[in-house]
Design a protein around this ligand. Structure first.
Ligand SMILES: N[C@@H](CCC(=O)N[C@@H](CS)C(=O)NCC(=O)O)C(=O)O
Length: 205
């Protein structure tokens, strides 16, 4: 049965799913659903994802939202690749890094994006509150050293390639330049990003 992904090209959360699907060779029927022009606020879409956000996956009537859950769902379709973790301990570490990323650095990056990008450039609101920006930077600066240390001596976050790399990599691939935060001091993160960028599908997904 076809897997449909409701998504919009610039979405960093949607890109995580597109990249993992490319890695696993899972075809997606991509339906563009752009929050900037109200497409995530139609009653049809809200019936699928009541948050009015992308990405949302649909397969044979089964609907799933939140990119980490979607990544784990796709990974489970290819148990031979073990991208959700190869044993119980690896799976627990995958979950640990998912929770860490979503509650720590990604929450800060999302707050920064909302303040410097979405509010002023999409919602026509003032945004650019210096206090919110400083707080987001402080949280990013607190958490990224943890990732940099974890990547010392490892090719990927947990060791072997897992969904965690598809959760974090796409965001750190583009957010620093778009949102203007500096990752130049994190040598291990930069080397890991280069490993991800070398994947043949990385630029196109
Ligand atoms: N935690 C969600 C975040 C999804 C999200 O923030 N999507 C953005 C696009 S990148 C969106 O749809 N925003 C529209 C809105 O919030 O109204 C995930 O990981 O899937």
């Amino acid at each position: 049965m076809a897997i449909t992904l409701y998504d919009v090209q610039p979405s960093p959360h949607g890109r995580k799913v597109r990249l993992l699907a490319a890695e696993l060779g899972i075809p997606l029927v991509k339906v563009s659903c752009d929050p900037r022009i109200g497409e995530t606020r139609t009653s049809d879409y809200l019936a699928k994802n009541p948050n009015g956000r992308v990405p949302t996956l649909e397969e044979d009537g089964f609907v799933l939202w939140e990119s980490p859950a979607i990544l784990k769902y796709l990974a489970a379709k290819r148990p031979d690749r073990a991208l959700g973790g190869s044993d119980t301990k690896a799976q627990a570490l995958v979950d640990q890094w998912i929770c860490w990323w979503v509650s720590g650095p990604e929450a800060a990056i999302d707050a920064l994006a909302w303040e410097v990008l979405i509010k002023p450039k999409v919602l026509n609101q003032p945004g650019n509150d210096p206090g919110i920006i400083a707080d987001a930077h402080a949280r990013i600066d607190r958490f990224l050293p943890v990732l940099d240390k974890q990547l010392a001596g490892r090719d990927y976050v947990v060791g072997p390639l897992t969904v965690v790399d598809f959760l974090i990599g796409p965001r750190l691939d583009t957010a620093p330049s778009i949102l203007k935060f500096d990752i130049s001091r994190y040598a291990n993160i930069r080397a890991w990003l280069e490993r991800l960028r070398a994947k043949p599908y990385w630029q196109d997904a």
